[in-house]
Design a protein around this ligand. Sequence first.
Ligand code: NAD
Length: 357
Amino acid sequence: MEFNIGLLKGDGIGPEIVDSAVRVLEKIGEKYGHKFNFSSYLIGGCAIDATGKPLPEETVEGCLASDSVLLGAVGGPKWDGLGGDIRPEKALLGIRAAMELFTNLRPAKLYPALKGACPLRADLVEKGFDIMIVRELTGGIYFGERGYREGKYGTEAYDTECYSEMEIRRIAKVAFETAMKRSKKVISIDKANVLESSRLWRKVVHEVAADFPEVEIENMLVDNAAMQLVRNPGQFDVAVTSNMFGDILSDEASQLTGSIGMLPSASLGATKRGLYEPIHGSAPDIAGQNKANPIATILSAAMMLRYSFDLTEEADAIERAVDVVLDKGLRTADLVGNSAAAALSTTEMTDKILEQI
Ligand code: NAD
């Protein structure tokens, strides 16, 4: 099969880690007989330097014409003094909006080989965990009506949580479809004991569940979910939730894995085209030094194969290669910590992963 992939390398370590993921995709292409065509577009600080804008029109057009898009990271001290509208990070919201991406998939997986990096007690994570948080990305309180008004005690400010049935239905569908590719279990997280919007959320999620009889569905209140994540993270597989709850819980879950350089993410819309990126930033402190951990970006490429291109076997091959490399004790500098292992460079880690594919 042939796929056109848009590359948004961005700033800082972005070019180094995206180059690593491209090498992995090329290897997959060779081994499984696919052709990946890559086109690079400017985004973030490098785009500001070249064009005066963080998200040039050409970039948006290029991404919309691609089958899927892989992003490195944007931003850095060079552009920190710029005004809000032309800051590099503004391009992230812009590209997500232009591609109409309403779903954020945030896996948080604890690799057995990296158990020591988890801040939880060893007995709580004995079996490891592999959580997929499905977060609604374009609705809820971050986008609801807001403002200031005069109230009983003077000036007050308000933000509104509002979800339509359509918004809940489409994110729930993504969660159940994701569960069908995993262990067929969904936990829907809400605050239905207090919020009207959560009661609608729960009702619609259960309507969608009826279309997926093989998937087990459980409701969990968000305050309980925050506790359960640190008490027994292994009980979660796919967790679907609103924009704000997902924002908070996905950061909590990511910390349980102990390593920012390992976590991929995907943003999806109504079509197969998605935006895949590591959750970390542009790491200006190590940019250009061949020190960055490329695994989060390589795993983002694996997610692209799985969710945009339906290449499950190929995605499994990448994830398995990462498992093997970690099991062998190979580490980039961010993962070495206090251990005696010598740190591999970005390109050496990529070479080791390529050897396992
Ligand atoms: P960061 O994630 O870039 O870095 C935090 C720390 O983690 C740094 O010490 C860094 O060296 C380390 N780190 C991050 N990724 C790593 C990797 N792959 N391998 C090894 N170490 C890694 O966050 P920050 O320092 O708060 O932000 C730096 C810049 O990135 C800022 O301009 C910020 O706005 C931007 N940012 C961009 C994105 C994005 O593009 N999606 C996300 C977050 C931050």
